[in-house]
Each structure stands twice: as C-alpha cells, then as structure tokens.
Ligand binder design. Structure first.
Ligand code: ATP
Length: 325
C-alpha cells in the first residue's frame, strides 16, 4: 500500500491580506511539493523568497494566530498536511494538525521564555500535553535531545540569555522535536550556529526523524547545510519553485538562473550572495570550543562554565534533569 504524503502542496498561492496602509501581497505563487513519510526535504531560497511564509502556513500556526494578527492566507491551490486540507481550515480542526506537526519558527530561539531553564523549556511541551507526565522522564528526554543537538548537557541548567543565538535556536529545535512529531517543519534551525556544525545539526534532525519513519521540511538559505541530509530540495525564488529534486540533480541541471547562481556559489565560482553570513560568525568562538571540548575563551557570558556541569559521560546528571521544577 502506498503511504499518503505527510505534506502535499499543489499550486498553492499564499497572500498577506491588506492592512492599514499596506496593500495585499502575494508571497508564494503556485507552489507545488510533496513530502513523503520518512522523507527529509529542504526548502532553499534567498531572503524574501517565501520560505518562512510557507513554513508558517504549513505548520498550521498562521491559521491559529489569524484572529490575533494579520496572517498569511492560502488563496489558491491546495495544501494538505497530515491529511488535513489547510485552505479555509476551521480552527476546531487545527488541534489535530498541531499534535502531529512540530514547528520551529525562524526566530524561535530569540522567543524562548526568559526565566525558564533550558531543561524546562525543552520539556514543557510534554508537560503541557500531559500534566502527569513523569518529570524525571521528561528531563531525561530533554537532556538526550540537547546532547544529540551537540550542546553540552550542562546547558540544561542555563537560562536563554546565557546562551548564544545558535545555542538558543538548537534549544528551540529540541522543543520542536520532543513530542516526536510526524512532520517537523524547521525554519532556519541552524540560524546563528557555527558553520562547522550546521550540517551536523541538520543530520541530527534528519536522523531522529528518519529513525521513527517521520519526516522533516527544513528551511534554509544555505544549500550546503542541507546537502548531506536532505533527500530532496525545493528551491524557491520570488515565491515560485524553480528547482526540485535530489540536490545534486537540481544543481547538475539548473533550469533557472537563480539555481545556476546557487550551483556556482557551491562550486566556489561566484561570491557568496548570502546575506546571513557575517552576523553568525559572532557565535563561532565557543561553538568551536564545544566541538573540541575545550574551555571557551570568547567574550560570551555562556562560555566560561559551559562544560562544568557535564560529568563527561554524555548523560544528564541528577541536577540537570532536576532543572525541571
Ligand atoms: N506580515 C507581512 N505582510 C506583508 N508582507 C510580508 C509579511 N511578512 C513577509 N512578507 C513578505 O513576503 C515575502 C516572503 O517573505 P518570507 O519571510 O516568507 O521570505 P523568506 O524566504 O523566509 O525570507 P527570509 O529568509 O529573509 O526569512 C517577502 O517579500 C516579505 O517582505
């Protein structure tokens, strides 16, 4: 029996409605893509190409927030996620969707509740879903994810402001994974993460999802980050898909000038047109240190004692799982 796709977008057009002085704006035009069970798909494109809009809408979060803020709306085509048609979906049905879809927003790391420890932040979705969930179990599960995402287990006791932006984004990814989503939609999960670990973080996400037969749609402006893990990529440019398939096939046979440029950038034939690059380098000092297990030397407040609470066995100490109050 052929399993049903977890996401099936057919000719989807998404519009931001007009509000006050701004006219309506079409951010995604005629977008078509499928994500099969167990498949890892990358969504790549330059800034403003519509990646976040699509991720936000496909996660169901845009519809959930529609009553509070002007949200993007599907005005054409069909977008089915976990068997639910999202075009004109009724609010009452969204719970079914959000149970199975994990969503990591592009700015999720910067929106973590400031007075909660990492342990509490990562475990919170489990405890919100089931108040009687064993707190020690929740702590262990959170610590396992933190460790898998290449963060020192000592991170569990820290507050968001003690972490770098790349570390915070990985905490947000752990939060998105903790409910074992059937589909994880992660918008720039490696934003702020040191360039040397970005692919490894995507590998972890892909590995965890694949191991459960679950899927992921990973948004990135950086094709190289997705190269090892994504089964296929969709390249989006000005709201339209301009390349689709396994990365090497897409690059070998570029059908659109934007894909030609991407291929040239990857081959080092063109300057990197990437607008994210420089800011992210701020995090480099101690992300490197984590990997090499050396004490950090950077200026960041989080670095000095980063490894101190880790007893070296890669498992959380009791204190770390007790980070959940
Ligand atoms: N609230 C909004 N109202 C109107 N237009 C918007 C709104 N948010 C985004 N847009 C526009 O929609 C288009 C797509 O934006 P989107 O954020 O989806 O792109 P993106 O590919 O994710 O870019 P980035 O990588 O910079 O996040 C852009 O032209 C953007 O200016």
């Amino acid at each position: 029996m052929v399993e049903r796709n977890v996401l099936s977008a057919s000719d989807v057009t998404i519009e931001y409605p007009s509000h006050s002085v701004s006219p309506a704006f079409t951010a995604v035009k005629g977008f078509t893509l499928t994500v099969a069970p167990g498949e890892i798909v990358g969504l790549v494109g330059s800034s403003g190409s519509g990646k976040s809009t699509l991720a936000h809408v496909a996660s169901g979060q845009a519809a959930l927030r529609a009553s509070k803020e002007p949200s993007p709306k599907i005005i054409g085509g069909s977008l089915e996620v976990l068997g639910l048609e999202l075009r004109n979906i009724r609010r009452g049905k969204l719970g079914r969707l959000t149970l199975g879809v994990g969503y990591v927003a592009q700015d999720a790391g910067s929106k973590l509740t400031s007075n909660m420890t990492v342990a509490e932040l990562v475990a919170e979705p489990l405890l919100l879903r089931d108040r009687r969930y064993d707190r020690h179990e929740a702590g262990l599960k959170a610590a396992t994810l933190i460790d898998a995402l290449l963060l020192p287990v000592g991170t569990m006791l820290k507050l968001p402001h003690e972490l770098s932006s790349g570390q915070r984004q990985r905490v947000a990814v752990a939060r998105g994974l903790i409910l074992d989503p059937v589909l994880l939609i992660a918008d720039e999960p490696t934003a702020g993460v040191d360039v040397s670990v970005r692919s490894a973080v995507v590998d972890v996400i892909a590995g965890l999802q694949r191991a459960r037969g679950a899927s992921a749609l990973i948004v990135s402006h950086d094709l190289d980050t997705l190269r090892r893990s994504a089964d296929r990529v969709a390249v989006i440019h000005e709201g339209v898909v301009v390349g689709l398939g396994p990365i090497d096939d897409v690059l070998a046979d570029p059908r659109h000038p934007y894909v030609v440029r991407l291929a040239e950038e990857l081959n080092g034939d063109a300057p990197d047109a990437d607008e994210y690059g420089e800011d992210e380098l701020e995090d480099d000092d101690y992300e490197q240190d984590e990997i090499h297990d050396e004490p950090a030397t950077g200026d960041e407040p989080a670095t000095g004692d980063e490894l101190e609470t880790d007893d070296g066995d890669g498992l959380p100490t009791d204190d770390e799982t007790r980070g959940i109050r």
